[in-house]
Ligand binder design. Structure first.
Ligand code: HEC
Ligand code: HEC
Length: 430
């Protein structure tokens, strides 16, 4: 009897040991394969491109179906088109998309170039652009001005003031400064299924409710339903087409076919015909993400580990997978490394302004995608970081993180000089 018990005990311990080894190996392998995938240089999947100069953001995806090449070129022409003033009247911020999205990249800070826009909430709730230019005798919407303020740790921020035209008493409305974000890889982000974004939000809420992001639901004029917002600094548009239609209207008062279905209902025939809109849309969907560089650089490799250790990857999620996209097979089923969870996070008082937008509080911003960030200043030497361009460099950008990112920022500040440099080297390699 005793021998039998001993035998059973031995079998059970061997099984437990085997399970233990398998479990450990499984975990270890999963971790290894995760590391290998994040080391992938093709940040934007099969369409990623190798170019590293100032045109690095302006290429079509490498796997572009060649039959679409002409439409892509036509889309670029519309993107660069300098619109006639009579088309833009009465209000506009700039005369072409490329005046703000310089070389398809980010805009500079207020004062550095004119790509910064200001938005406000008027008496009628919707977020609108404070147009910079008025034509044909139209009264200006108002005036906005800003000055740079420095805080004790050497960081600077623009302090903006807005006054409605004619009424000095209405100065101080809710107002928000925004710079133009870079336009690479947006078709890929558009192809991430809503279900994946919602699943990430659930996962974050389960793992760490204190830093969990919010999946904002917004009305899509194109799809005529509520969907997961993902475009704009506050995720105010769900699809890239909705965002383009809103950019046309908000920046250049150009209506398109979608305008009728959106919040800015217009009875007139659209100024931008469907064929032009479709080419512009194809262009914006298929702008490629540049490859990661310096994969062999030991500092950048160490930096990738530090990035995870200090908690950056909790929001700047390394890997997402796109779903089926019937209109754009080039973008379907791609493993991509955008370094965002596409969710809104509260980044604290310092980054807050006075403008909330729907479900998004004033201090909440979409986790900015970090792919291509190392080339941002190569593409536009005036380019800055964070939603209003206050960050002069990557170190500034990280030091502004607070609110839900407070712990990650503290960990960053406590790093040794060497590890800090490794982390920055890693960001520059993206
Ligand atoms: C006056 C400057 C300006 C002009 C002109 C302009 N944009 Fe933008 N664009 C911006 C700003 C600022 C944002 C961020 C808006 C926000 O977050 O509220 C933006 C956001 C976008 C986004 C979302 C990017 C993302 O990462 O979510 C797209 C796409 C876009 N613009 C495309 C266009 C297209 C296409 C045109 C031309 C029809 C255009 N823009 C014209 C300033 C401009
Ligand atoms: C709680 C979520 C969260 C964590 C953690 C976090 N970030 Fe961010 N990050 C954001 C959000 C949201 C933004 C956009 C903020 C804005 O524009 O005002 C952002 C912006 C940035 C930017 C500027 C991007 C641009 O396009 O201008 C950089 C660089 C950056 N983060 C790096 C880091 C690093 C490095 C870490 C780790 C030390 C980190 N972040 C941790 C949410 C987070």
């Amino acid at each position: 009897m005793a021998a039998k018990t001993l035998q059973t005990a031995a079998v059970v311990s061997i099984m437990l040991l085997a399970f233990g080894i398998a479990y450990y190996a499984g975990r270890h392998m999963a971790r290894e394969s995760f590391i290998i995938s994040a080391q992938d240089s093709a940040l934007g999947g099969a369409g990623s491109v190798a170019e590293q100069n100032f045109r690095a953001y302006g290429h079509s995806v490498r796997n572009l179906d060649m039959r679409r090449w002409r439409t892509f070129a036509a889309g670029k022409a519309i993107f660069d088109h300098h619109w006639a003033l009579r088309m833009l009247a009465p209000y506009y911020n700039a005369r072409s998309c490329s005046a703000c999205h310089i070389h398809d990249g980010a805009g500079g800070a207020p004062g550095l170039d004119s790509s910064v826009v200001a938005e406000l909430i008027g008496p009628g709730v919707t977020v609108a652009s404070i147009y910079r230019h008025a034509e044909a005798g139209a009264p200006p919407v108002g005036t906005w001005s800003f000055r740079w303020e420095s805080n004790s740790d050497g960081l600077v921020r623009p302090d903006v003031r807005f006054c409605l035209a004619g009424t000095a008493s209405s100065c101080g409305e809710a107002v928000s400064l925004r710079i133009a974000p870079p336009l690479i890889g947006l078709g890929l982000l558009n192809a991430v299924p809503d279900s994946e974004i919602l699943a990430i939000a659930l996962l974050e809420a389960e793992n760490n409710p204190a830093t969990a992001g919010l999946a904002r639901r917004v009305w899509s004029p194109r799809d005529q339903r509520l969907e997961a917002g993902r475009f704009g600094w506050k995720s105010s548009s769900a699809t890239l087409d909705d965002q383009i239609s809103s950019s046309l209207y908000k920046e250049m008062s150009l209506t398109s076919g979608l305008s009728k279905l959106g919040p800015v209902a217009s009875g007139c025939s659209p100024k931008v015909q469907d064929s032009l809109f479709d080419a512009l849309s194809l262009y914006c969907h298929l702008l490629a993400v540049p490859d990661r560089r310096n994969l062999g650089n030991p500092l950048a490799a160490r930096g990738a580990v530090v990035f995870r250790q200090v908690g950056c990857a909790g929001c700047h999620r390394e890997t997402l997978v796109t779903g089926a996209d019937k209109a754009f097979p080039e973008l379907s089923y791609q493993v991509i490394h955008p370094y965002t969870d596409l969710l809104l996070h509260n980044l604290g008082k310092g980054l807050s302004d006075s403008l909330s937008d729907g479900e998004a509080p004033a201090a909440a911003w979409r986790t900015a995608p970090l792919w291509g960030i190392g080339l941002r200043e190569t593409v536009n030497p005036n380019a800055r970081f964070l939603h209003d361009g206050r960050a002069r460099n990557l170190d500034d950008a990280i030091r502004w993180h607070a609110g839900q990112a407070r712990a990650a920022r503290r960990n960053y500040e406590l790093l040794s000089k060497e590890d800090k440099e490794c982390l920055l080297e890693f960001l520059r390699s993206l």
